[in-house]
Design a protein around this ligand. Structure first.
Ligand code: AHM
Ligand code: MG
Length: 355
């Protein structure tokens, strides 16, 4: 007979230990909302729409892999003519979900040159920034890709009909983000989400239930770990201090050299860094003087996750990544992020060369 423990969990059904009191993302969001009596529920509704877009993108990625591998009917992967590219699908899914939420007034997507404004919802108080499928150049090789997102709250004065909302309302420092996170579409979909001043929580998509389950509560970055993640093919273009920094990791005066891990898909590299610690870097260099990654929807959302997990994130001038204000919506930056102690070594090397 099944036994019930004090938490209402039932164990011992058959041979399996089954936890019947799981925390889904929906439950988590509802519980978070009750902690804020002033909350209107709009943010929770927005998160439900975000959640739906992640589930849909995860589904299309799984399905596309099958279609590519098995040539399932309905696809045209021999010619590629009428098969929509996954990054286009991801973008369309994301935009439709945000519009459908009725809570998003303006959206920036890496796939869209201009902002998308939902004038049909003049009272929607949120602005969303996203890279719907980051790392999409890796898709054909079955490498994990992901969606990165950030949420800003619009000021009261732009709410209501006849008010104009534009890119200017989005060109803020990451410190203004009310929430951010990413979903990695791998063997399973992993969602990492954080709110301003809050903890970082990781959820795993359970496909049979169709629910994101809280599997990594209160994620904390190890303060140090000898792993570095960078595209070393760019060494030729790096400034001298960046070369010196990575050289120190490989040829340390004392101790063991660092391990190198680079997937080339930021969400996957960031997720590993979050779990194991270490450093992820995409420095500005002579080929990309401003850096490669985008401030608004790649660097800032990741920086909030890293900081809230106890890590650090800085740009190539050692400014706190979350303090950087983009000049335009697709502005780029160099970035160093990860374990607090590892990023500190970057800052120290930069200072040494600036003397
Ligand atoms: P994308 O937004 O065009 O996919 O580019 C971003 C990706 C990141 O996921 C990854 O960290 C980086 O580009 C890899 O760049 P590189 O191939 O130069 O190493
Ligand atoms: Mg990207």
């Amino acid at each position: 007979m099944a036994e019930t423990n004090g938490n209402g969990n039932t164990s011992g059904v058959g041979q399996e230990q089954i936890n019947t009191d799981i925390i889904t993302l929906t439950r988590f969001l509802t519980e978070e909302q009750t902690k804020h009596p002033e909350a209107t529920g709009d943010f929770t509704l927005l998160c439900h729409a975000l959640q739906f877009s992640f589930k849909s993108i995860a589904y299309y990625i799984r399905r596309a892999s099958l279609i590519n591998l098995m040539g399932l009917a309905g696809s045209s992967n021999t010619t590629g003519d009428d098969q929509k590219k996954l990054d286009v699908i991801g973008n369309d899914v994301f935009i439709a979900a945000m519009r459908g939420s009725g809570k998003c007034r303006i959206l920036v997507s890496e796939e869209e040159e201009d902002t998308i404004v939902f004038d049909e919802f003049p009272n929607a108080r949120y602005a969303i920034v996203c890279d719907p499928i980051d790392g999409s150049s890796n898709l054909d090789a079955g490498v994990s890709v992901g969606t990165i997102f950030g949420v800003f709250k619009l000021p009261d004065e732009v709410l209501g009909p006849n008010k104009t909302v534009s890119a200017q309302h989005l060109l803020h420092a990451g410190t203004e983000l009310v929430a951010s996170g990413f979903t990695m579409y791998g063997a399973s979909a992993q969602l990492v989400i954080t709110m301003r001043g809050g903890t970082v929580n990781g959820f795993t998509l359970e496909n049979s239930l169709g629910e994101f389950i809280l599997t990594h509560p209160n994620m904390r970055l190890p303060t140090q770990r000898s792993i570095y993640s960078v595209n070393e093919g760019n060494t030729l273009y790096w400034p001298e201090w960046v070369k010196a920094y990575f050289n120190d990791l490989k040829f340390p005066a004392s101790g063991n050299p660092y391990s190198s891990r680079y997937i080339g898909s930021m969400v996957a590299d960031a997720y590993r860094t979050l779990l194991y610690g270490g450093i992820f870097a995409y420095p500005a260099d002579s080929k990309s003087p401003k850096g490669k990654l985008r401030i608004l929807y790649e660097c800032a959302p990741m920086a909030l996750v890293m900081e809230n997990a106890g890590g650090q994130a800085v740009n190539s001038h050692m400014e706190r990544m979350l303090d950087v204000v983009p000049e335009h919506i697709h502005d780029r930056s160099g970035i160093f992020m990860g374990s607090h102690g590892e990023v500190q070594k970057v800052i120290d090397m930069y200072k040494k060369f600036s003397k």
